[in-house]
Ligand binder design. Structure first.
Ligand SMILES: [Zn+2]
Ligand SMILES: [Zn+2]
Length: 372
């Protein structure tokens, strides 16, 4: 369906004011209103056409679009009640994407700084308490000579004359399937949209120079191996007013031979002798930074686990420390003296157990042989 010229439909000139358009619409709408013309099909069609024309000319964006393109038909909204701005601006982007882009580029002749990534090693004690750590960096910082502008004497960049600031150039190429227009990054400015006529001699037009810096970072307690801390604005400086990058600190918690970690819980192992396990005992063990008293209950079996409350690590955002879980292994003596063997034999006898024969016949066989 061809779209009729809304100015023609409402009978107003191209430069009609909003008030003129409104009064023309009201006059015609009253004239062709279906209530005034019952059963008149032509009047009904005319009434719809007037409404459609008014919906275009009463909306500044739609009116501008019609003025520019002679149609509003590509707009996705309902012609009567559309009103949304999306259709027009999408279309504008479609036709004038490059031009709109270049407009933006011309206002942004800066460059944001890159991020810096570093790795930091921590001990479990650092995880327990948190740590303030100074990190030494070599980073690109604002050039003193040009104040970060990139041009000699602090002159700012200017829009690239080759691509007029868009960063892209069109190329027409003859191919097997005909002429093709493609766009490519501008060779003059390498796609950034600006150039520096007289680059600063100190930084070569980069606006930044490598400088060593010290950054204090605060690592909270409770972090995990592999966590990354982001320190905003502590990356490389930008150029000509661009924002600095961020500093990312990747945390590596060094393994500790004494403990296995699972979140806030730590695991460790101790050995108890047969006598300690059987009779019960109390012993002191090494924690992350303090010693803990561990009681081995009488009759402890190998592999029994006891918990030291709050002997583990704190959660990341504060709260009670986890537990230190202590696994008790019962040590069996590997070498026995004659006296020990005699006592163990008596122990077995008193316990009503079979008397061990012993694996070493030469020694135990003789001893127990005499007894029998
Ligand atoms: Zn400079
Ligand atoms: Zn360019």
């Amino acid at each position: 369906m061809a779209q009729r010229d809304p100015y023609e439909v409402l009978g107003v000139p191209k430069d009609a004011s909003a008030d003129e358009i409104k009064s023309a619409y009201r006059r015609l709408a009253r004239k062709f209103h279906p209530d005034v013309n019952p059963g008149d099909h032509n009047a009904e069609e005319k009434f719809k056409e007037i409404g459609s024309a008014y919906s275009i000319l009463s909306n500044p964006e739609k009116r501008a679009q019609f003025d520019r393109f002679g149609t509003t038909e590509d707009m996705p909204q309902d012609p009567f009640f559309g009103g949304g701005a999306g259709g027009f601006s999408d279309l504008f982007e479609m036709f004038f994407g490059g031009a709109a882009g270049s407009g933006r580029r011309q206002q942004r002749m800066d460059r944001n700084g890159d991020d810096i990534e570093v790795q930091l090693e921590l001990t479990l004690k650092d995880v327990l308490n948190g740590v303030h750590q100074e990190i030494n960096l070599e980073r690109m910082s604002e050039c003193d000579s040009c104040s970060g502008k990139g041009g000699e004497g602090g002159a700012p960049p200017t829009a690239c004359s080759t691509c007029r600031g868009s960063g892209m150039v069109s190329q027409v190429r003859d191919t097997l399937i005909g002429r093709m227009q493609t766009s490519a990054p501008c060779p003059t400015c390498r796609g950034v949209g600006w150039t520096i006529a007289n680059p600063c001699k100190v930084c070569g037009g980069q606006g930044v120079t490598p400088q060593s810096a010290r950054v204090m970072v605060t690592i909270p307690a409770g972090v995990e191996n592999g966590n990354t801390l982001q320190v905003p604005g502590q990356g490389h400086d930008g150029m000509a007013g661009g924002s600095p990058g961020n500093l990312f600190v990747h945390l590596r918690v060094k393994p500790d031979k004494r403990f296995q970690r699972d979140g806030q819980t730590l695991y460790t192992k101790i050995e108890a002798t047969f006598a300690q396990a059987a009779m019960g005992h109390s012993t002191e063990i090494e924690g992350i930074e303090e010693n803990h008293e561990v009681s081995i209950p009488a009759g402890t079996q190998p592999g029994t686990r006891v918990a030291v409350r709050n002997g583990g690590l704190p959660p990341l955002h504060g709260g009670r420390r986890g537990d230190l879980i202590v696994q008790i292994d019962v040590r069996v003596p590997t070498k026995l003296s004659d006296v020990q063997m005699k006592l163990l034999q008596e122990f077995a006898e008193v316990s009503g157990e079979d008397i061990p024969k012993g694996a070493n016949k030469g020694l135990l066989g003789g001893l127990f042989g005499k007894k029998k």
